[in-house]
Design a protein around this ligand. Structure first.
Ligand code: G3P
Ligand code: CA
Length: 336
């Protein structure tokens, strides 16, 4: 590892949150990706959490594992492919909650975006699906080695789905945070969710900081299930932000809610700050494919665009943190 990566600044304003690890450089949600992110200077590592059939928390972006593991190449699991409804969408796939941890560990991670991130495909087949415990152990080891606190920023994925399967993630998450000494209000931890009810319950259970995620479309699945008509857009209103501040330390809005593509910043950052909430925005990615038209560079979708322009626009908008697939780029954007 080049020395320059080991001497990255200890903290950043805004915080740099390694989205699914250094997922622009390694297949997402692998220990290799998380470690690289920390060495690149990320402040926090972001594991999305799902449950195995035997109740172990592992890092995957969604209950479905077909897009990010080699499960399709395992004939012994062919009959596990099935149809389920997750967050309102009916999908056919393999599901983490149909595999014991031992079974899941026979699989290997693969790159989700092979056409955009061809370089990452050389790592296909090398890394297992990590457990939350392994991630927390890695976090502790790297904090000592790098001489700065590496935070962890777990997301409870699809809480209504997992509760319906009898495998709620929250009890295991709370137990793991307590077991690793990460259960205080000032622990280097944020717990995030796109749903609201599980965050409210966690607020009563453990004093770590919570982040209410807000997408640019749709509504929280728990509100939909309860017949509550409020959408994510509704939750960005000042009165709702005040209600969120009673259980969360901040919001995690989609970029479009802060600066619409090609437009001017919305009042969301100021309104959130007025309510006493942090604002951590998702998701920053270098490829043209993910950038607004004015920030793309001539070339392929996979080529990188004018990302510093984008980071600095959000810096000027006053955000407190960014989720990035390229933590090295984010660190540079806020350091140069
Ligand atoms: O958690 C922030 C961001 O990661 C939310 O988006 O879908 O990548 O988990 P997603
Ligand atoms: Ca996430």
């Amino acid at each position: 590892m080049p020395t320059a990566l080991l001497t990255a600044p200890a903290t950043h304003v805004p915080l740099v949150i390694a989205h699914r690890g250094a997922s622009g450089h390694r297949p997402e949600h692998t220990l290799a990706g998380y470690e690289l992110a920390a060495r690149m200077g990320a402040d926090f590592l972001e594991p999305d959490l799902v449950s195995t059939a035997d109740g172990v928390l592992v890092a995957r972006h969604e209950p479905m594992i077909g897009a990010t593991t080699d499960v399709a190449a395992h004939p012994e699991f062919a009959d596990r492919r099935t149809v389920r409804t997750v967050d309102g969408f009916t999908v056919e796939d393999w599901f983490a909650d149909d595999f014991t941890l031992a079974e899941l560990r026979t699989l290997r991670a693969v790159e989700r975006l092979p056409l955009l991130r061809q370089g990452n495909t050389v790592y296909d087949g090398l890394f297992p699906v990590p457990t939350l415990d392994e991630i927390l152990e890695l976090r502790a080891r790297l904090s000592v080695e790098l001489g700065r606190e590496i935070g962890v920023y777990p997301e409870t994925k699809s809480p209504t789905y997992f509760a319906g399967r009898g495998l709620p993630c929250e009890p295991a998450l709370v137990a793991a945070l307590r077991a690793h000494g990460l259960d205080r209000a000032d622990s280097p931890v944020f717990v995030q969710s796109f749903e609201t009810a599980n965050l409210r319950a966690l607020h009563e259970e453990i004093p770590v900081r919570l982040i209410q995620l807000l997408d640019d479309v749709g509504a929280p699945t728990d509100l939909v299930a309860a017949g509550d008509p409020r959408t994510f857009a509704d939750l960005t209103r000042p009165a709702e932000l005040g209600a969120i501040a009673r259980y969360a330390a901040g919001i995690g809005p989609a970029k479009e809610l802060v600066i619409p593509p090609g437009g001017e910043p919305t009042p969301l950052v100021a309104d959130a700050h007025a309510a006493g909430l942090l604002v951590h925005v998702f998701t920053f990615r270098n490829e043209n494919s993910f950038l607004p038209a004015g920030m793309r560079r001539a070339g392929r979708e996979a080529d990188h665009g004018d990302v510093f322009v984008e980071y600095r626009a959000f810096l000027a908008a006053g955000v407190d943190g960014v989720f990035s697939d390229y933590p090295d780029t984010a660190v540079a954007a806020f350091s140069l």
